[in-house]
Design a protein around this ligand. Structure first.
Ligand SMILES: Cc1ncc(COP(=O)(O)O)c(C=O)c1O
Length: 378
């Protein structure tokens, strides 16, 4: 959560009610003494929110900015569903499970029906879970070989901040391949240079946050195969498919980036980006059950039954997951592809027009990565 310091906040009252109940200078951020009529409070908050940006005009986000009325209805109906309480809300739990296996199928898991995965609050939490599994599996390998478990490292390109967080919070050395001149993505050569026996894995991003391009998962996987045959080092790949894991299966079904590559052991994705679900859902999936170490899973037994969970959060809303399921059924591959094709066409159009202005060099023109475009100043 953002850390707010009220000393830094200077917002004036935004409504009559606020003006009446708070002193603008001193009391705007103090907790009210008295209860207030619900309609007035609603109107006050509603009026403040009107001043927010209009999400449908927000071209600078990967996240969902429009939902169908049926999704709004399902969100209202499921406002009280706690995703963790799978005994109390077994239908919601079953829907989550179906989504996991539908995604395993979409991402070509060799054991889609029995593999393991979970919903999360977004890709950031999913990345933490993916990173933890890599660290635990590496420890297993190191212990079995009688080697040290003191200095794990993780190789990555220009990643989203969640991977910096993972490395700092969970004490893993970050081996980041920086952008350099025209090299804006992770390359097999740069990965191989940084591998050693303490490398817990390689993060390959399908849809780099800064340029929107897909990193070459297949090529990196082949380079790691070669490294293994030459040195014995067996280094797994985690694909950060925050955006791309909901794009590639529909827009580029022949691109090899997913569990068809045996070295890809886990994938994260944001349901609330190109999964088109309302905000607050991500996914983490493992190629096969064995790729998620058992001692990361907690058995929660005080909500009725015995529930295995792997999550950083405990309580969290179930509505987003229910709506993700709605999208899967509603759109299918055909629907996702149709929406994405429109978005790609728009990205290409923007790239063309921006290129024509003159002062920009187009880095990515909207083809083969995330719908959109990226450019630098010439
Ligand atoms: C590549 C990548 N990974 C992870 C994230 C974090 O995703 P979330 O916002 O779902 O936590 C993002 C967000 O933009 C991203 O682009």
């Amino acid at each position: 959560m953002p850390l707010h310091n009220t000393e830094d906040l200077n917002a004036a009252p935004t409504s009559d009610l606020e003006a009446q109940s708070h002193d603008a200078q001193q009391e705007t951020y103090t907790f009210p003494e008295i209860a207030t009529d619900s309609k007035t409070v609603y109107q006050t908050i509603h009026d403040q929110l009107v001043l927010d940006g209009n999400s449908q005009q927000n071209l600078a986000t990967f996240c969902t900015t429009w939902i169908e009325p049926e999704i709004q209805q399902l969100m209202i109906e499921s406002a009280d569903k706690n995703m963790i309480d799978k005994d109390e809300y077994p239908q919601t739990a079953a829907i989550e499970e179906r989504c996991v296996h539908m995604l395993a199928d979409l991402w070509n898991s060799p054991a889609a029906a029995s593999t393991i995965g979970c919903s999360t609050t977004g890709s950031s939490e999913a990345a933490m879970l993916g990173g933890l599994a890599l660290k635990w599996k590496w420890r297993e390998r190191q212990r079995a070989a009688g080697r040290s478990i003191e200095k794990p490292n993780l190789i990555m390109g220009p990643v989203q901040v969640c991977w910096h967080k993972f490395c700092r919070y969970f004490d893993v050395e970050i081996r980041e391949v920086p952008m350099d001149g025209d090299r804006l993505l992770l390359t097999p050569e740069e990965v191989i240079k940084r591998c050693d026996e303490n490398t817990i894995g390689v993060i390959v991003t399908l849809g780099v946050t800064f340029t929107l391009q897909f990193e070459p998962v297949h090529e990196i996987s082949l380079a790691l195969d070669k490294l293994q045959s030459e040195t014995g080092l067996n280094i797994p790949i985690h694909v950060d498919g925050a955006s791309g894991a909901f794009l590639a299966p529909f827009a580029f079904p022949d691109l090899l980036w997913d569990f068809r590559l045996p070295r890809v052991k886990s994938i994260n994705a944001s349901g609330h980006k190109f999964g088109l679900a309302p905000l607050g859902v991500g996914w983490a999936l493992w190629r096969e059950k064995e790729d998620l170490p058992k001692d990361l899973i907690f058995e929660v037994n005080y909500l009725g039954g015995n529930m295995p969970t792997f999550a950083l959060n405990f309580s969290r809303p179930g509505g987003e997951i229910i709506c993700q399921y709605y999208n899967f059924l509603r759109l299918g591959k055909e629907g996702y592809k149709a929406i994405q094709n429109e978005c790609y066409a728009f990205g290409r159009y923007l790239a063309e027009k921006i290129a024509a202005f003159g002062p920009f060099k187009i880095i990515y023109n909207g083809d083969g990565g995330i719908p959109g475009r990226s450019e630098s100043v010439v």
